[in-house]
Design a protein around this ligand. Structure first.
Ligand SMILES: [Zn+2]
Ligand SMILES: [Zn+2]
Length: 350
């Protein structure tokens, strides 16, 4: 496996370094001005002031009892520019949940071990985003966000390449919350997902299965795909998740389903947003990848960037179904997949 350096560190990387790393180096003081010019810095310090000081690494806490705001400028040592030694290759899994969402299991160490066993070169955690208020029973609370950062930091401490992501629910009218979240940490990528078709109705939740008999499958798909395009066009996200999620329990409208896929692919093309093959569909009653092969073919023809993910909710699911996904992607015409670092996307050969 070739080791290559990723593109030059950005101000975001610097901020990330300040937050995550404490390795001794004399150069940080000269680069703090760049840290402070990164737009996320202000939000992060604001967040730190409220939730002090958990998202600052434990080492930093030990070094100083100062408020995080001061910590950011008083922090001593940190390497700059940050060199990320990330092995190249297409074998990444960027949709991995943690126990903080209350329906996943595994320790950072178990996830990393599983990633190594699966032959991956990098994983990214992307747990369900918190909402400012108590929202549902399948996501972390807002005040648990620092624990999520701790979880990812612990995984990173293994030396394995670990990305920081978040799977964000797209809900019309709540876009400003996603914008706030985007400034709270040095994310490597944000995933946009449509789970909610209306208030209190998460379409993939089995407790709402009855709605598929009360309402027509067509009208549920109409609603979903309309929201899915809105999610893409919000331009809040680096990629969108599980494109045809409403088929989870096997509900598919009759006829050629490309009528649903085409507007979404048009939106992806116009916004330069990527999408994922999500192998969780193989493990659900739908018994096929999200999305269907016809979607993949249309997306390949349109040149939409692709990433392959497992949607793991336990270490045993890391990298699950990836051979099938890669084979289907190649059949559809894909020759590369994409990766992210600091919300910068780059392509690697499939
Ligand atoms: Zn989940
Ligand atoms: Zn999801």
């Amino acid at each position: 496996m070739l080791n290559r350096r990723l593109p030059e560190a950005t101000a975001r990387d610097v901020l990330s370094s300040v937050c995550w790393e404490t390795t001794d180096s004399p150069s940080i003081a000269t680069n703090l001005s760049r840290v402070e010019t990164f737009p996320g810095a202000a939000c992060l310090t604001k967040f730190a002031a409220v939730h002090a000081p958990r998202q600052i690494s434990r080492d930093l806490q030990l070094r100083s009892k100062a408020a995080p705001l001061q910590l950011l400028s008083a922090v001593a040592p940190c390497p700059f520019p940050r060199e990320i030694e990330a092995p190249m290759g297409p074998q990444t899994d960027y949709h991995v949940h943690t126990p903080l969402c209350r329906h996943a299991e595994g320790t950072p160490e178990e996830f990393i071990d599983a990633a190594k066993r699966a032959g991956l070169v990098e994983i990214g955690f992307a747990d369900h985003n918190p909402m400012p208020e108590s929202f549902d029973d399948w996501r972390m609370n807002y005040d648990e966000l620092p624990r999520y950062f701790d979880f990812v930091a612990e995984a990173r401490a293994s030396g394995f390449s670990v990305r920081l992501g978040l799977e964000c629910d797209f809900i019309p009218g709540r876009e400003s919350w996603i914008e706030q979240l985007a400034g709270m940490a040095q994310w490597d990528y944000l995933i946009g997902s449509v789970h909610y078709l209306a208030s209190g109705w998460d379409v993939d939740n089995p407790k709402h299965l009855f709605r598929f008999t009360e309402d027509s499958v067509e009208s549920i798909w109409d609603r979903y795909w309309d929201l899915f395009s809105q999610c893409i066009r919000s331009r809040l996200f680096d990629f969108v998740a599980h494109p045809d999620l409403p088929k989870k329990f096997g509900h598919r409208p009759k006829g050629d389903l490309r009528r649903y896929y085409e507007p979404a692919i048009q939106a992806l093309r116009e916004t330069n947003v990527a999408f994922e093959i999500n192998t969780a569909g193989l493990r659900k009653p739908a018994k096929e990848l999200y999305p269907a092969q016809e979607f993949l073919e249309l997306a390949a023809q349109a040149g939409i960037p692709l990433v392959i993910n497992s949607d793991s909710h336990s270490p045993g699911e890391i990298g699950a179904g990836f051979e099938v996904a890669a084979a289907r992607a190649k059949e559809a015409g894909y020759r590369e997949v994409v990766r992210w670092a600091g919300r910068q996307r780059f392509a690697v050969e499939l």
